[in-house]
Each structure stands twice: as structure tokens, then as C-alpha cells.
Design a protein around this ligand. Structure first.
Ligand SMILES: Cc1ncc(COP(=O)(O)O)c(C=O)c1O
Length: 417
């Protein structure tokens, strides 16, 4: 059997909070003006109280509200699939499992937190959310979630993606969002996630009815994604596995990686690996320091690996991985040696994605294809070592709206950055 499924009533009812299990507290975010640790009051213009509490919570588990569970059940629990056809083609003794987060309405893992964030904002009387989006996966997820809770949604989309991905924009508009290219004040700029965050934060701060929602990086966002790893743990047991030897995922701001990896963090026998693009090598080549989350220096300073908040990465197709920084929790795990990091150029990534699609059928999002690349290399290393490794990856999204990038790859036009 290749599919491992859970029933509706096996959807986890609490999120797994990794913060109290890190061994030591992570350094606090600092106020951008005073450089002192931020207080909940500093964050209140942007986020609802429930999310500010989750950001700093030391509770080991946090209950998921019933209204959030009801919406998550539209697509969760998601399947865990063993990639047997790919294993056979590679001739590897490794067993490769992928968690299929592409089955959500927006086509990625991002709605797991979008729904929770929209719920808490609505509960506290907010009428409108602003956000940034890179490739459009996060923007479309928040647009979907806002439609569920009757909230207005304004999305600042990185200009390069706005031009490359008209159907993502259509998807957001279909769910009722207003989408504009970013940066708003420079039409010749290709944009970056950091600049789009500045636009969205500036907008939220300028209106009383609005808050800001972030699709990655912050602790509460990664918390909401832990459903992925919690379900995968149950499903691996159904498959007869004791544990994965290695958990691999792509890393932009760290939310899908944190989501699948955190529930395994206390088991030291499980290797955890972040996979990033060589063109935006935050964990593999960045420095660990306090830096702003956005380009304009309006957000709190976060302790993280960073390439510098003014870094503008090349317009690679994995738009969701073009972020100068990383989640403070992921950064700490890498700094402490609990998590490894590796990087690939996009040509190698697309090669693996096509091999995966031809064997398993599913077409990965370019971001997710980074995990596929690393899984194939891990399976080939297992073959060389003659070892039966269990590899768990997150297929964080499908690539159905990224077909122009696949077209470029297949016809030799893709720049191997
Ligand atoms: C499909 C997909 N995977 C991965 C990512 C990377 O983000 P994160 O590291 O927060 O999971 C994105 C970001 O947009 C995405 O759309």
C-alpha cells in the first residue's frame, strides 16, 4: 500500500509548541526604534492578542479552536504517500514518504496558518487584513481564509511574481482579495518579500480597521503548521515505521519545514534538514544576527540567519524561497547543530521535480521541488551506503500555476542560478 490516510476525527486538536522544548529560550525580538525587547503592546497594532500570546507561549500544546478545525477539515488530514515508483527508479533501499500538503484549496501548506490567523483576527473585531506574497501561495491562502470569515484582504505581491503569475492573482481576486504589485512606489523594481512586507505593514498601521498577517517566520505561524508533522508521525506508524531517519523540507521563512520537523525535534535519532536555493542561501551562507524582517526596517529585529534586509535575490522561480532571513526557531536549531542546511541551484531542483513528476505523477511547486531534490540525493546516498533509510519530506505545494517555469526548464530556457 502506498497511501496512509487518517480519518476526520484523527485530525489533531492541539498544535505542538516547540518553544518550551528547545533547551534554552530564544532571544527576544527587539523594537526597531528603541532596540529593547518588544512588549505585547508594541505588537498590538499589527496582530490580535491571541496570536501575540502564542508568539511567546511556553505551553507545550495549544488547543485549536473548533471553528478552525471545521475549516481545516475541508482538506485535512492530508495523505502521506510512499514514493515507491521513484524508489524503484532510483534503485534505492531507502523508503521515501511525502506528506501531500498540495491538496489544500490554495494548493499548499499555507492555509493551515491562514485559517487560524483569519479566525483570531475576526474574533477580536478586525475587519481587514493586509499581507505580502511572493509566488502567490501565501496571498491566495490568506484570500481563501478571509473569504471564510468575511474579512477584507489586501495583498502586496512581489512585482516579478505579479508579472510571471497572472493566475495566482486571479485566484486571489476570485476569493475576494485586492492585489497590487510591490514595491508600490517603484515600478521598475522587481520586488522582494522584504519590500512587500514593508508595504503591507505600512498599510495596516495606517488604518484602525486593519491588521497585518505574515505567512512564515514568526513563532505562531510555525506553530500552526505543526499539524503536518503530527499527522505524519501517526501515518508513519500506520506504515510500520518506527521513526524517519531524516526529515527534509524546503526552507524560505521556515514554516513548512518547522511544521513537519518540530514534532520530531526531541528524538535525536531523527536528522532534520533545511533545503534552500543557492541564489538565496540564508542558512548556508548568511550570518546569525539581529535583523529586520522587512526591507524598510519597520518590523521588530529578529535573531536569525540573514543575508541583510536590503538583499534582493535574483528572480528565481521558487519565489517563496526568496527571503533574506529565516525563522528565529529554525535559525536557533541550525546554530545549535540540531538541524542541517543545504542549498541547490534551480536547474538541479527542476531536474529532480521532473523525475518525481514522471515517476509519481504529482507536479511539485518549485519551492517543494527543493525537498524532492534533497530526498533523491539522500536516497542515492543510502543506495551507495547500502542502507535502508526512511526519508520523510513535505510536498509543500503543487506546481499547477508554475507551469511556465517547467516550460522554461523543458525547453532549455531556465537560468541555472
Ligand atoms: C509551496 C511552498 N513551499 C514552501 C514555501 C516556503 O515558505 P516556508 O519556508 O515558510 O514554508 C512557500 C512560500 O511561499 C511555498 O509557497
Amino acid at each position: 500500500m502506498a497511501h496512509f490516510l487518517l480519518s476526520d476525527d484523527q485530525l489533531p486538536t492541539a498544535w505542538f509548541n516547540v518553544l518550551p522544548r528547545l533547551g534554552a529560550e530564544i532571544q527576544p525580538p527587539l523594537h526597531p526604534g528603541t532596540k529593547e525587547p518588544v512588549s505585547p503592546d508594541d505588537l498590538a497594532p499589527l496582530f490580535p492578542n491571541a496570536l501575540i500570546e502564542q508568539e511567546m507561549s511556553s505551553a507545550p500544546w495549544i488547543d485549536i479552536p473548533g471553528e478552525v478545525i471545521d475549516i481545516l477539515k475541508l482538506w485535512r488530514p492530508t495523505p502521506l504517500v510512499r514514493a515507491e515508483r521513484l524508489e524503484r527508479e532510483l534503485g534505492t533501499p531507502a523508503r521515501i514518504y511525502f506528506k501531500d500538503e498540495a491538496v489544500s484549496p490554495a494548493g499548499s501548506h499555507k492555509p493551515n496558518t491562514a485559517v487560524a490567523q483569519a479566525f483570531y483576527n475576526r474574533q477580536e473585531g478586525v475587519r481587514r487584513l493586509t499581507t505580502e506574497t511572493g509566488a502567490g501561495q501565501w496571498g491566495s491562502s490568506l484570500a481563501f481564509a478571509c473569504a471564510q470569515f468575511d474579512l477584507e484582504c489586501k495583498v502586496y505581491m512581489v512585482r516579478a511574481s505579479f508579472n510571471q503569475k497572472p493566475y495566482r492573482k486571479a485566484m486571489m481576486e476570485l476569493w475576494g482579495a485586492d492585489v497590487v504589485p510591490s514595491p508600490v512606489d517603484d515600478e521598475s523594481h522587481p520586488g522582494s518579500l522584504g519590500a512587500a512586507i514593508s508595504d503591507a505593514v505600512r498599510d495596516a498601521l495606517s488604518r484602525d480597521d486593519s491588521h497585518y498577517a505574515l505567512g512564515s517566520v514568526l513563532n505562531h505561524v510555525l506553530l500552526h503548521q505543526t499539524l503536518i508533522g503530527l499527522e505524519a508521525k501517526e501515518q508513519l506508524a500506520l506504515a510500520g515505521e518506527v521513526r524517519p531517519d531524516v526529515v527534509l523540507s524546503s526552507c524560505g521563512g521556515g514554516s513548512n519545514l518547522g511544521g513537519i520537523a518540530f514534532p520530531f525535534v526531541e528524538d535525536q535519532a531523527v536528522r532534520l534538514v533545511a533545503v534552500e536555493p543557492t541564489s538565496c542561501p540564508t542558512l548556508t551562507e548568511g550570518t546569525f544576527d539581529y535583523d529586520f524582517g522587512d526591507a524598510a526596517g519597520m518590523t521588530p529585529l529578529l535573531p536569525m540567519y540573514t543575508l541583510g534586509h536590503d538583499f534582493v535575490p535574483p528572480s528565481i522561480h521558487a519565489g517563496g524561497l526568496r527571503y533574506h532571513g529565516d525563522s528565529p526557531i529554525i535559525s536557533k536549531l541550525v546554530k545549535d547543530g540540531r538541524m542541517e542546511a543545504c542549498a541547490y541551484p534551480q536547474g538541479k531542483v527542476f531536474e529532480a521535480a521532473v523525475q518525481f513528476a514522471r515517476a509519481e505523477g504529482r507536479i511539485p511547486a518549485p519551492e517543494a521541488a527543493h525537498a524532492v531534490r534533497a530526498a533523491i540525493d539522500e536516497a542515492l546516498a543510502a543506495k551507495q551506503a547500502g542502507q535502508e533509510r526512511v526519508i520523510l519530506i513535505n510536498l509543500s505545494g503543487h506546481g499547477h500555476l508554475d507551469l511556465s517555469a517547467y516550460d522554461d526548464f523543458i525547453h532549455g530556457r531556465l537560468i541555472d542560478a
